[in-house]
Design a protein around this ligand. Structure first.
Ligand code: PLP
Length: 421
């Protein structure tokens, strides 16, 4: 008999939680010690930790209802199909969209952008056309467009950033020309923390008939994203950065546009009729989900959205803002330390460099204090080149982080400074 009183993929909605100390209890891993010290996990930009609700939903699927979807006549297959579809509907509702068919399950942000660059790009981008990106993109939102540009003979153009790390929007109108086919930009920078005004940017493109893709990988973890307010054509994100499992993410595509696109991979479950001469394809989202999908991942992502949804985001956003302010204050008092990205209202991402200390050494010393951060180029080499650096250290926060952890971070960075100064 099931140990869980709810069906697959349908989680109870506890009352809203704000206090990070209470939220932390939902994340078993935060009890861990590393090198004999309490874990201070500040690498949320790379991947977030998972609440028990998500872990339980996945375990529940494998212990009670593991089956393939859409193809079985037996009870388990019907239940798994319902749970998979329910996850899609829940995500659609949470993101302020009207049609669940507009949400395609993919492996993550990277796969979603590759899908659009292949399926939409091969249809609409031709020799002489332009693809507009920005200077603050993750490699995932650069390389697939380079592949497309090479295939089509198109050109990539780049919207620059200002010295404090905002997009230079005054330059946008001149870059949106009659040659521009798509504007693909990040909602939140994974290096600078800058939150871009996605609705305003999408409107500028839409007014000129230009398609938009928004990379939401670093936006969805920090509160609900409303797609009807943004007004983009495509929105993409990964589950693992917003409390969900890895290997699952979402491509949102505006209904008619998505329905007009050809599939990018062929196989089972995406076809209507197949003969050796030709095949016809099902409408979205099935058309873009060839083969057995990541069923447990989708159910886990549905659980992550259900968990995310019941948090008190207006107050948690303020809490995350306080974490950033406290981190900036504490780190800037350390001689020779520079922060990349100081735009007001930034997301809780703090990248920094220290004179005379390699970011990997900072990361290693912090690790010995139990503090997990990221050090490297953050998959944003063009941005780092623009900033005149090759790598940086990055502390990235989630709503379960605390001001005490900011203090531990700052003490560990001071220790690194003493060690190398
Ligand atoms: N876009 C941004 C802004 C990111 O921060 C990341 C990952 O760090 C990605 C895209 C790629 O995400 P994934 O590796 O989950 O596909």
């Amino acid at each position: 008999m099931s140990r869980h009183p709810y069906p697959l993929g349908d989680l109870p909605s506890p009352s809203p939680k704000l206090n990070p100390a209470i939220i932390r209890r939902d994340f078993p891993i935060l009890e861990r010690r590393v090198h004999g010290k309490p874990l201070v996990y500040l690498d949320n930009g790379a991947t977030s930790q998972k609440p028990r609700a998500v872990i339980d939903a996945i375990r529940h699927f494998y212990e009670n209802g593991c089956a393939n979807i859409h193809r079985g006549v037996h009870l388990l297959s019907g239940e798994a199909t319902q749970a998979y579809d329910r996850a899609r509907t829940g995500i659609c509702r949470a993101m302020g969209a009207a049609h669940a068919e507009e949400f395609v399950f993919v492996r993550g942000t990277t796969e979603a952008i590759n899908l659009v660059a292949r399926s939409w790009g091969d249809l609409h981008v031709h020799a002489g056309d332009e693809i507009l990106l920005t200077e603050m993109e993750h490699h995932a939102n650069i390389v697939p467009w380079q592949f497309l540009a090479k295939r089509a003979g198109a050109k990539i153009r780049v919207l620059p950033i200002t010295p404090d790390g905002a997009l230079d929007l005054e330059r946008l109108p001149a870059l949106l020309t009659e040659k521009t086919r798509i504007l693909a930009f990040t909602h939140v920078s994974n290096v600078l923390g800058t939150v871009n005004p996605a609705a305003e940017i999408c409107k500028a493109a839409r007014d000129r008939g230009i398609v938009t893709l928004v990379d939401g990988a670093q936006a969805v973890p920090h509160g609900p994203v409303n797609l009807s307010e943004i007004g983009c054509d495509f929105y993409v994100f990964s589950g693992h950065k917003m409390f969900g499992p890895d290997g699952i993410g979402v491509l949102y595509g505006r209904g008619k546009l998505l329905a007009s696109l050809p599939p990018w991979q062929g196989g089972g479950d995406m076809v209507e009729r197949v003969s050796f001469e030709e095949s016809t394809f099902r409408p979205p989202p099935d058309r873009f989900e060839a083969g057995t999908p990541n069923i447990s991942g989708a159910i886990g992502l549905g659980a992550a959205f259900a968990y995310h949804d019941q948090l008190n985001w207006p107050e948690l956003r303020e809490h995350e803002h306080n974490l950033v302010t406290a981190t900036h204050e504490a780190l800037l008092s350390i001689p020779g330390l520079r922060i990349q990205g100081t735009v007001p209202g930034k997301a809780p991402v703090v990248s920094f460099t220290m004179e005379g200390i390699h970011p990997h050494d900072i990361g290693t010393i912090l690790d010995s204090e139990g503090v997990a951060i990221r050090a490297g180029n953050h998959c944003a080499q063009p941005l780092l080149a623009r900033l005149g650096i090759q790598s940086s250290a990055r502390a990235s926060f989630a709503c379960y982080n605390t001001l005490e952890e900011v203090e531990t971070l700052a003490n560990a960075v001071r220790k690194a400074h003493r060690y190398f100064a």
